[in-house]
Ligand binder design. Structure first.
Ligand SMILES: Cc1cc2nc3c(=O)[nH]c(=O)nc-3n(C[C@H](O)[C@H](O)[C@H](O)COP(=O)(O)OP(=O)(O)OC[C@H]3O[C@@H](n4cnc5c(N)ncnc54)[C@H](O)[C@@H]3O)c2cc1C
Length: 413
């Protein structure tokens, strides 16, 4: 039986797109060089939030960049060989930091983040793994009360409030009551309610890929080396063999832009690398996702232990990880949770596929018939994946998506 749609890349974005297409009666082929959901989608912080709708570029961002670059904790780093690409990308990022642009991006992000919890619950229903998603708050923890108060009045939190996010500013005793493991250095927090967290993003990818397979998806392990127009469709050159496809969805995360270059697309997609440590016998446990607002990492109790995930390192996608980051994260873990045991922590690095406006490229190519895009979800790919899949599946089956695709066009750059 010929497939209707071939999806390149089986990260959480490709998998969710496959599920939405299968639900609409489409025949789907997924091609990935590895096991589904085991790259960037494996190691993230598990935050699934309708309120993570503030782009990376906000007014005044430029003021915090030197401090982040120079901090010994390395929340932000750029490897030497990447500076020539980083400078134009960074200038684009800063150009997005006006109030008007921040608000426009927040609207476009809200469309994709808003329904994520319900959609994951729908995808997981009947798999026996429904408990992978738990109700949660997002605790933005500050070491300084004045900084917390100032942040609460800032544009990002005002936008969240306008869109209905339930939020509270809490002091240290209230924070300690919510999360007894948190240390005395954290004096205040902004607590955002009505969201969820995934307790094992890698396993969720496996479970949902298995569901797609059970619904009829063909999942092929092969490395895609080239994509070329052929007749009325496409030819995909894999390492193992060649595939003909009528319609193709590019969903290879941080690796997508390189494969599109020979077709004439010059997209400012960066591999924004992030790290985690996961402490298997941590000795503490957390009820919510906790973001350290200075260190820019998120802590959460996962099935495999307490995970601290974050940092932003701009480098070649496939450059080796920076081993010093394991100790930095372990030190930070002990600052936030003084009783945590970091011994035998597992160390991981992944690549966020990041555009300077924090939005993905989503929808049909305007230049090539039968080619569709679904990548570039940067810091928000876990939570944006299910709605991105819905939008694309509607479009591919001739249903007008209930979201305008304008903000996600590849030609916006
Ligand atoms: C430290 C960290 C914390 C994060 N925390 C969160 C969070 O809490 N919430 C959230 O929503 N997001 C979070 N993110 C972001 C999120 O993880 C990503 O946006 C998301 O995983 C991207 O999914 P993807 O499917 O596009 O990419 P990937 O998961 O990277 O999938 C791309 C797939 O393409 C395949 N591929 C690549 N090249 C080829 C090729 N040549 N041939 C065949 N296959 C190929 C890969 O094997 C891979 O499976 C975090 C990211 C990091 C790094």
């Amino acid at each position: 039986m010929a497939e209707d749609v071939t999806i390149l890349g089986a990260g959480i974005v490709g998998i969710c797109t496959a599920l939405s297409l299968l639900e609409r009666g489409q025949r789907v082929r997924l091609i990935d060089r590895g096991a589904p959901g085991q790259e960037t989608s494996f190691g993230n912080a598990g935050v699934i939030s309708p309120w993570s709708i503030i782009p990376q570029a906000t007014p005044g961002l430029w003021r915090s960049i030197p401090g982040m670059l120079l901090s010994g904790n390395k929340p932000l780093a750029v490897r030497a060989a990447t500076w020539p690409r980083m400078i134009p990308w960074g200038l684009r990022l800063l150009a997005h930091g006006s109030e008007t642009r921040t608000r426009a991006a927040a609207d476009a992000m809200a469309h994709l983040c808003g329904p994520s919890i319900d959609l994951y619950r729908r995808h997981l229903a009947g798999t026996g793994h429904e408990a992978l998603i738990r109700d949660s708050c997002y605790i933005h923890a500050f070491r300084n009360e004045d900084a917390a108060r100032a942040a609460f009045d800032s544009l990002g939190y005002r936008i969240r409030a306008e869109k209905g996010a339930p939020m509270d500013l809490v002091d240290h005793p209230a924070l300690k009551q919510m999360e007894p493991a948190i240390g005395p250095a954290y004096r205040a927090a902004i607590v955002i309610g009505a969201q969820a967290r995934c307790t094992n993003p890698g396993r969720m990818g496996q479970v949902l890929a298995e569901k797609a397979r059970a619904m009829g998806a063909e999942i092929i392990q092969d490395e895609v080396q080239a994509l070329t127009p052929a007749g009325t469709g496409w030819q995909i050159a894999g390492k193992a063999r060649t595939y003909d496809a009528a319609r193709v969805v590019m969903a290879m995360g941080a690796w997508s832009a390189a494969l599109l270059r020979p077709l004439g697309y010059r997209l400012p997609l960066m591999a924004e690398r992030g790290y985690h440590i996961e402490c298997p016998a941590a000795g503490v446990s957390l009820e919510n996702s906790i973001m350290d607002m200075d260190g820019k990492f998120v802590a959460s109790s996962m099935e495999g232990g307490v995970r601290l995930a974050g940092q932003a390192e701009f480098a070649q996608a496939d450059a080796p990880p920076d081993p010093r980051r394991q100790e930095i994260l372990a030190r930070q873990a002990r600052e936030v949770f003084p009783d945590i045991v970091t011994k035998n922590a597992r160390f991981w690095m992944g690549r966020r596929p990041s555009f300077p406006d924090s939005l993905p490229v989503l929808g049909p190519s305007e230049r090539h018939e039968g080619l569709h895009f679904c990548f570039g979800h940067s810091h928000y790919g876990l939570m944006m994946a299910p709605k991105s899949g819905e939008v694309l599946a509607d479009h591919l089956t001739g249903v007008r998506p209930n979201v305008a695709l304008e903000a996600y066009r590849a030609t916006r750059f």
